[in-house]
Design a protein around this ligand. Structure first.
Ligand code: BGC
Length: 477
């Protein structure tokens, strides 16, 4: 297959022990298929290529509205300028700190770049839910505290350390070191931050402590970090994609098309600039209603940001498990699954984790070890093969739809860029850990458009990418 990425496959294999790798069963045909009733109940979640092509067209329209100065303010897919105009060239050197907020974990990292080598020390810190929903001051004081502890642990508190801040939420940027929060996503909702410059909030929290010396050189999105990290090794990387807790993509656009960038804050001599699409918001104007299902509506209504981030809610890891749970619950209620008997925890919101989807689909056809373990965790034992097959089908329908919607997004970007051999750098827990996501995307993107492309797992974009943006920026200074 032209875009098959062997190193990615071997990496994925490392994430699963050998016995977990899906194998085809000799007597596959003897094993049950999902029942017709189950297929019928899930049919709205199966998207045809025609529907996906319409999604591509609508997304392209929304991207153009985001880029154009006249329509940017009202646009849904904002296409924020990142002010990142230089990709790394492999000569970057030095010690850099990176902060990574907005994915599964909050991390502080020290990255040492030395041409094509790099060394990384990092620490994960918990962000309790009380902080995710508390005040902005509490959040930034916590971040500054973790940063100071980390630096002191390394005994580097007397050095001025350049820092790249990966802040994975929509920002209106006025340059590389000024970014105002547009909205919180992915379960965060801290008061007093929307509209504020998050670099200033971080700097204020650091100076309140006054015990470490930090020079914030850049603020960036995780998609930007992912692209930079991949571009460091692969000059063809032109798109950065995240399919993790949230979903978003950035891509290299001609500077002349980035009309919403503020003149004077970037170099007009550089032909290209990175655009952070913030495609998670796609659909908020109603243009995706033709594919939105009753399950998506339920997810949205019960979220902390109803009517917002609709495309993201159909794709990302924060919602995938819950989507599957809602479908399964409906099938039980209709008497189509488990003889109508609902496992106690399947009735509870949030109890069917996204990792279950990957684990269940990772069972080889005809064997249901992971599936039975998970159903037992939820409170149901002695489940028939047919029920297990039906559960697996529901998981596969939900994850396939996510992979196909992301593929429509990438196909739209490839058509917009109009170039062959674009590498897409990808990170995020769903892409990393789902057993077929990469292959599903490769196949669907090839069907939806004709440019040659490559999908590449980007190693730790949020950390290394932040260091690279900081390095390029501090070199320019
Ligand atoms: C945020 C994006 C981010 C994405 C992936 C979305 O919720 O709005 O800025 O890139 O999640 O982390």
């Amino acid at each position: 297959m032209k875009t098959k990425n062997r190193s990615l496959f071997s990496k994925l294999c490392k994430c699963y022990s050998k016995k977990d790798i899906p194998r085809r069963c000799e007597n596959e045909d003897l094993h049950p298929d999902p029942t017709i009733e189950i297929r019928d109940a899930c049919k709205d979640l199966v998207l045809s290529d025609d529907q996906l092509r319409l999604v591509m067209q609508k997304l392209t329209d929304e991207i153009n509205r985001g880029l154009s100065r006249a329509t940017h303010d009202d646009a849904i897919v904002k296409c924020f300028t990142t002010y990142v105009q230089d990709l790394p060239n492999g000569t970057e050197k030095g010690n850099f700190l990176a902060l990574d907020l907005g994915g599964t974990n909050f991390r502080v990292l020290l990255i040492t770049l030395d041409r094509q080598n790099f060394d990384m020390k990092s620490k994960i810190y918990a962000i309790p839910q009380s902080l995710m929903l508390g005040t902005g001051t509490q959040l930034f004081d916590h971040i500054a505290q973790c940063l100071a502890l980390f630096v002191k642990d390394l005994n580097m508190q007397n050095e001025v350390l350049p820092l790249g801040f990966t802040f994975s939420f929509p920002l209106t940027q006025y340059g590389l070191t000024e970014g105002h929060l547009v909205r919180w996503t992915k379960g965060f909702n801290c008061s007093g931050v929307i509209g504020e410059d998050v670099v200033a909030l971080l700097e204020e929290a650091i100076s309140r402590r006054n015990d470490v010396k930090i020079d914030v050189c850049a603020i960036l999105n995780d998609t930007t970090g992912t692209l930079m990290s991949c571009a460091w090794k692969n000059r063809n990387c032109r798109i950065g994609l995240i399919v993790g807790t949230g979903s978003n993509a950035c891509y290299v656009e001609k500077t002349k098309n980035a009309q919403c960038a503020i003149p004077g804050n970037y170099s007009e001599n550089k032909s290209h600039m990175l655009i952070n699409t913030e495609w998670g918001a796609f659909g908020e104007s109603g243009v995706l209603d033709f594919v939105i299902t009753e399950f998506d509506r339920a997810i949205d209504e019960n979220s902390i940001n109803p009517t917002k981030q609709l495309f993201e809610k159909m794709i990302s890891g924060m919602y995938m498990g819950e989507l599957a749970r809602l479908v399964l619950e409906k099938l039980v209620n209709a008497g189509l699954l488990f003889g109508g008997k609902c496992p106690s925890d399947l009735r509870n919101r949030g109890k069917f984790f996204t990792k279950y989807v990957s684990e269940i689909e990772n069972d080889p056809k005809g064997r249901y070890t992971n599936c039975r373990d998970i159903l037992a965790e939820l409170g149901l034992r002695n489940v028939s093969d047919q029920d297990c097959e039906n559960v697996r089908y529901v998981c596969s329908v939900v994850s396939r739809r996510a992979a196909h919607l992301v593929s429509a997004g990438i196909a739209a970007l490839l058509n917009k860029m109009g170039e062959d051999n674009v590498t897409v750098g990808i990170d995020g827990s769903v892409y990393r850990f789902h057993p077929y996501f990469h292959d599903l995307m490769t196949a669907k993107i090839s069907e939806l458009q004709t440019y040659k492309f490559d999908l590449m797992l980007s190693e730790d974009g949020s950390g290394r990418g932040a260091a690279l943006v900081a390095a390029v920026a501090s070199q320019r200074r």
